[in-house]
Design a protein around this ligand. Structure first.
Ligand SMILES: O=C1O[C@H](COP(=O)(O)O)[C@@H](O)[C@H](O)[C@H]1O
Length: 233
């Protein structure tokens, strides 16, 4: 496991924020995929404040999501809605740089539209950077244990949350794995046990999409805080 352990979650997200800044000065459109759920909220708050809000060249960064819940942006469950509230409402970023999955639309129709947008704008489907989270059950994006087809050749897929049945759209494992760089940001003691399993067991023997999805031609790294990493060597 290629991991970096930070003393605090704040230090982990500041490292990511520094890298947003570096990418934003590459003088080209940089395609970044964000994760949803609770973990990245601290990152979005940090990016929205000085010094990052003013130092980053936002016009060069294009934002996408690994997955979205099929709810309107104002719904507290919306992955895009959280970033809008915590980050986009506080910075100057062109609207055309925000490539959200439209959770308020009919799911089949939105899947096709999202795939078409990916095809049109992301060269060869290769993202510069994909930031992922990991759920307590080892899911990542909306790719859940026991229901993920790791060989699905499409760019995106309709998923259903195993407990609630909530519909979602997720990037597929194949699309995620094309990225130049994947960073799993995992924070907190609730994820510590599963991280230990991921460290100790070959990925193909585990049911967890977060263990198995890795950049095929790029870097995969794990940014952890001390609590998440407490059982790791
Ligand atoms: O449902 C989701 O869960 C994962 C992990 O979320 P967290 O709340 O444990 O941080 C997240 O990465 C994914 O984007 C989200 O839709």
């Amino acid at each position: 496991m290629n991991k970096i352990v930070f003393a605090t979650a704040q230090q982990a997200v500041e490292k990511i924020a520094e890298q947003f800044k570096a990418y934003s000065f590459e003088g080209r459109p940089v395609h970044i995929s964000l994760s949803g759920g609770s973990t990245p909220k601290l990152l979005f708050k940090t990016l929205a404040q000085p010094p990052f809000n003013r130092q980053i060249e936002w016009r060069n960064l294009h934002f996408w999501w690994g997955d979205e819940r099929m709810v309107p942006p104002a719904d507290p469950e919306s992955n895009y809605g959280e970033v809008q509230k915590l980050l986009f409402d506080h910075i100057q970023i062109p609207a055309e740089n925000i490539h959200r999955i439209r959770g308020e639309q009919p799911v089949e129709q939105e899947l096709k539209r999202f795939e078409a947008e990916l095809n049109a704008l992301v060269p060869k489907g290769v993202f510069d950077w994909i930031i992922l989270g990991m759920g307590n059950d080892g899911h990542t994006a909306s790719l859940f244990p026991q229901q993920t087809d790791f060989h699905n050749p499409h760019l995106a897929v309709i998923a259903s949350h195993p407990q609630s049945g909530q519909l979602r759209i997720s990037k597929t494992a194949k699309l995620l794995e094309r990225a130049k760089r994947i960073t799993y940001l995992v924070i907190g003691a609730a994820k510590a046990e599963i991280l230990k399993q991921i460290q100790d067991t070959p990925a193909e023997l585990l049911p967890y999409p977060a263990a198995r999805i890795q950049a095929k031609n790029g870097i995969t790294e794990w940014y952890l805080d001390g609590e998440a990493a407490q059982f790791l060597e």
